[in-house]
Design a protein around this ligand. Structure first.
Ligand code: CAO
Length: 241
């Protein structure tokens, strides 16, 4: 690789120097390694969450003390997909010759903080209900923003979710959080006209972007995983199974 360009920017105009935070340096090194070493592909999929949103709003009205965002439903849908496609709940060992399949379901959640990106892990998502997950999500995002997360709260993840849905966007290409083999990016849900065979009807559509390590997962499997996820989110009866 060519060395990083060394430029005296002050030659061209006024500048200011700002050192990177400790978190930015650590996450930057990890992101750079993962981006360079993992052959990434991103599969995009749409989920119709019209019914899911109606249910979420109802649940929110019944539990006013809690903030129940779409993310907790996405966590449950991801666990269902990991169970159906165990290759996604896996890591390559350090030799790159063996796949380690995990029988537990710990999900990392990318949290944006003033000092940079951190990924706390919520353990045993398969064994927790939506309300417990909402409570835990609020707790870890608060801890993340107050820099109170311990190392054990940021390790052991099987799969990560990066939700930019509260901000905007229609799709993006998240970077796999090694040694995990896939990550789900979630963009902002929007009402779109959908053809139901007779007419266009307004439906709430959630854009999903699944990045995966192509050494471990092939495109057809990723397309199936993403379609399965969309199906889970599209039919809350499945999600509650
Ligand atoms: N579509 C539409 N609206 C959405 C949505 C989606 N996909 N996801 C969340 N929302 C809504 C929420 O319902 C909430 O609405 P109200 O304010 O009306 O209640 C609002 O957006 C804000 O949600 P939130 O961001 O506070 O909560 P969350 O559970 O969705 O996310 C957390 C929590 C911690 C993941 C988030 O705060 C965060 O930090 N996101 C950024 C992650 C990030 O930086 N990823 C990038 C990694 S790569 O650099």
């Amino acid at each position: 690789l060519l060395p990083w360009p060394k430029v005296d920017f002050s030659k061209f105009g006024e500048i200011e120097e700002k050192p990177l935070s400790r978190i930015q340096k650590i996450s930057g090194a990890n992101l750079a390694r993962n981006w360079a070493m993992i052959p990434h592909v991103t599969q995009h999929e749409d989920a119709d969450i019209t019914e899911l949103e109606a249910f979420r709003k109802k649940l929110g009205e019944e539990n006013k003390d809690l903030k129940i965002t779409p993310l907790v439903f996405q966590m449950k849908a991801v666990v269902a997909a990991l169970k159906a496609f165990p290759q996604f709940n896996a890591s390559l060992d350090e030799t790159g010759e063996k796949l380690i399949l995990k029988k537990y379901f710990h999900i990392g959640i990318a949290v944006d903080t003033p000092d940079g990106l951190v990924v706390p892990v919520i353990r045993d998502v398969d064994r927790k209900g939506l309300l417990d997950l909402a409570r835990e999500l609020a707790e870890i995002s608060r801890k993340a923003r107050e820099k109170k997360l311990g190392p054990n709260e940021m390790s052991g993840g099987c799969f990560s979710i990066s939700s930019l849905g509260g901000i905007g966007g229609t799709a993006f290409t998240p970077i796999v959080n090694a040694p995990e083999v896939a990550i789900l990016g979630v963009s902002k849900a929007a009402t779109k006209p959908v053809w139901n065979g007779k007419e266009f009807v307004p439906r709430l559509i959630l854009p999903l972007s699944l990045s995966y390590d192509h050494r471990v997962i092939d495109g057809a499997l990723a397309a199936r995983f993403a379609a399965f996820l969309a199906q889970q989110l599209g039919d809350i009866r499945r999600l509650l199974l």
